[in-house]
Design a protein around this ligand. Structure first.
Ligand code: ADP
Length: 190
């Protein structure tokens, strides 16, 4: 199985690149942001739990996210591999993911980390706000909070995968197809 963690700060292009990778490698997409937004639009119990955190640009508590991803992986059955987009976002989530993948006998193959400077992230999120309809994109203070949370809680996940020799840095600036090419060349070397 090819199991990829696609990692990066908010606005780095994880969603866009995931779409291209799913088509090329026939992977099953698990985007925690998309799953939360679907649950929020359907007003499920999970959606109601997550909304206040997401709208403020904070992380949803680990136990809520981990439970959601675990059930998604377990219910997927026989697949070629997973692309995890927006997860893990804390070291506790990364550890929990390792436990699940070990249990199913298919560890994470690589963690591909999109690197984009903060000014560019702010510009992309502000632009996305015009069409995304996402409450967390609308307010510059919420955008700044998400970037702050990325540095304090999410960036440490890089060292976790570095220690396993699985971290690959990808320059996330440039055109979409060019970045896709860089990601594919990392995957094709696995
Ligand atoms: P972005 O990468 O643009 O911030 P996402 O769609 O990945 O957007 O996530 C949107 C929001 O959903 C996050 O700001 C956070 O509140 C919540 N979220 C998504 N994934 C996780 C996660 N793994 N852990 C905690 N919260 C999460």
């Amino acid at each position: 199985m090819l199991n990829i963690v696609l990692f990066g700060p908010p606005g780095a292009g994880k969603g866009t690149q995931s779409e291209l990778l799913i088509k090329k490698y026939q992977l099953t997409h698990i985007s925690t942001g998309d799953l939360f937004r679907k649950n929020m639009s359907e007003n499920t119990e999970l959606g109601l739990k997550a909304r206040s955190y997401i709208d403020a640009g904070n992380l949803v508590p680990d136990e809520v996210v981990i439970g959601m991803v675990e059930s998604k992986i377990k219910e997927s059955g026989d697949v070629k591999g997973f692309i995890l987009d927006g997860f893990p976002r804390t070291v506790a989530q990364a550890k929990a993911l390792d436990v699940v993948m070990t249990k199913i006998g298919h560890p994470i193959s690589a963690m591909l980390s999109l690197e984009v400077a903060d000014d560019e992230l702010r510009a992309r999120l502000t632009e996305r706000a015009k069409t995304s309809g996402r409450a967390d994109d609308q307010d510059p203070e919420k955008i700044n909070n998400r970037i702050r949370v990325y540095y304090s809680e999410t960036q440490p996940v890089i060292s976790f995968y570095e220690a396993q020799g699985k971290h690959k840095a990808i320059k996330g600036l440039g055109d979409i197809q060019g970045i896709h090419g860089l990601i594919c060349s990392e995957i094709d070397q696995l």
